[in-house]
Design a protein around this ligand. Structure first.
Ligand code: ATP
Ligand code: MG
Length: 461
């Protein structure tokens, strides 16, 4: 069904109730930016709950979710997600948890929205179909690519501090500028972000990271002080120290480049997070050595630990945390393998450790090259190409990526009449080591023969 027809049906239902209904927010904004979305927000001037009942009947909707406390409901129709909210005057109160569901007209509803580009509404009546209602110069701000609050910015942000994250999210994803006054108000109110739940902060943060150039948003988060509220570990990555003739690069800005690099190659959220955290352990491991200059020994291990703590605090799912920690821990390993005479065994160990993440790990390593010297960049990339070739060769021979022990625990127990216990584990590790060392092929019969040959030694103690 065409979207115009859907809008028309919705309008007819509203008319039956004696209500008015408009399309608002993101859908209208994106339409004017020549993008069409599947999420559509509507504002109902009238009782949204009564409208919900009527709409369910008229459109023969199978399911419809109501949030009566907030005067909103949501449904799916022909692949679209439709959200309705009744026009409200004020939805946020500083000292009260009570949701305010006071009804209001369209204009006061638009005035309490976050940014001028999100205050645009569209008429869907047959008479004025497609007419844009623009109370706050939203179209002009869209044209000039500006994020600005419709009312006084400090009040807007103080009412709902999440809007500060949203401002930066829209600026980053749309590549817009935040109006100076609005930007200043974020700086002044940044501390109030503390009252927002971590889940909602992380939600917006993820959207910022998914922008074409995440560094744009990360810089703004840093400049306004917001980043320091939920990710203070990044703040200490800033700055360059010089001693004698040695200086190190600014880890913060290097990190921004790395994340832009992975983003440019279309990385998903998890790989972007790995880029963000790969050097997080550097400030804590920084030492000055008279001969070697600045060193960061063990930063991948310290970083892995910090990453776990931070991502847990930021409420990321367990698989994400596991993945990011793994990449942070391994990010230096491929560099150690660029040598011509590196052994197959070393390559095998890397594939074994990285598993399915080996390709992402190599992408991270390439992105990590941020030298301005194009000769060096070319050389390093060439080195990694050779590592990738070697990985492919060893992979084809040994199929190690999703390593499953060719002789499993049950078989070992049967073979030697063992009960579950440490000896079984010892034998499994013995097989694993032998495969990684190249002593035996990654095949069932060969491994079985190996343990039979070393039976005495393996069962001893
Ligand atoms: P997208 O769906 O692309 O994230 P959107 O603008 O549609 O962008 P939603 O979160 O879907 O954002 O919200 C829909 C509309 O509701 C917004 O356009 C805005 O008008 C309003 N809105 C959402 N969150 C807030 C908020 N925290 N404060 C004020 N208005 C808001
Ligand atoms: Mg939306």
């Amino acid at each position: 069904m065409k979207i115009e027809a859907i809008f028309n049906k919705i309008f007819q239902t509203a008319q039956h109730c004696g209500y008015l209904v408009y399309v608002v927010g993101g859908y209208v904004r994106d339409l004017l930016l020549h993008k069409t979305g599947k999420d559509i927000d509507f504002v109902v001037v009238g009782d949204a709950m009564e409208f919900a009942d009527r709409l369910k009947k008229d459109l023969h909707l199978r399911s419809l979710v109501r949030y009566p406390r907030f005067g909103t409901f949501m449904t799916h129709y022909y692949g679209y997600t439709l959200e309705f909210v009744h026009a409200r005057r004020e939805s946020y109160q500083r000292d009260s948890r009570k949701p305010v569901t006071e009804q209001a007209d369209l204009y006061s509803d638009l005035s309490r929205r976050d940014f001028t580009i999100n205050t645009l509404a569209m008429d869907i009546s047959p008479q004025n179909f497609g007419k844009i209602i623009d109370r706050y110069h939203g179209q002009e701000d869209l044209k000039h690519k500006i994020i600005r609050t419709p009312l006084e910015p400090s009040r807007t942000f103080s009412d709902d501090p999440l809007r500060m994250m949203r401002a930066i999210r829209f600026a980053a994803t749309l590549q817009f500028k935040i109006d100076p006054e609005t930007f200043r108000a974020i700086g002044e109110n940044h501390e109030r972000l503390k009252i927002i739940s971590q889940e909602r902060i992380s939600d917006e943060f993820n959207k910022i990271l998914m922008a074409d150039r995440p560094s744009l948003g990360l810089r703004m988060l840093d400049e306004t002080g917001l980043l320091n509220i939920f990710l203070p570990e990044m703040n200490v990555m800033k700055g360059v120290e010089q001693r004698k003739k040695y200086h190190h690069k600014d880890v913060f800005y290097h990190t921004l480049e790395v994340i832009d690099n992975v983003a440019e190659r279309g990385a998903g959220l998890n790989l972007r997070l790995a880029a963000l955290f790969h050097d997080i352990g550097k400030p804590r491991t920084k030492r000055f050595d008279e001969k070697a200059g600045w060193t960061f020994h063990g930063h991948e291990v310290v970083g892995e630990r910090m990453t776990g703590k931070i991502l847990h605090r930021m409420k990321y799912p367990a698989e994400t945390i596991h993945y990011v920690q793994k990449l942070v821990n391994l990010h230096l390993r491929p560099m150690a393998l660029v040598n011509e005479q590196v052994t197959d065994s070393a390559i095998r160990r890397l594939i074994f450790s990285a598993g399915d993440e080996i390709d992402d790990l190599m992408s991270l390593c390439r992105a990590d090259i941020t030298s301005k010297d194009s000769r060096k960049v070319k050389k390093y990339l060439g080195n990694y190409d050779r590592v990738v070739d070697k990985i492919a060769q060893v992979e084809e021979r040994d199929r190690l990526r999703n390593f499953q022990p060719p002789v499993n625990g049950n078989e070992i127990m049967q073979l030697f009449h063992l009960k579950p216990g440490p000896v079984v584990g010892k034998i499994k590790r013995y097989i694993e080591e032998a495969i990684l060392n190249g002593q035996v092929a990654n095949e069932h019969d060969a491994c079985l023969q190996l343990v039979l040959d070393h039976k005495e030694e393996l069962l001893k103690e």
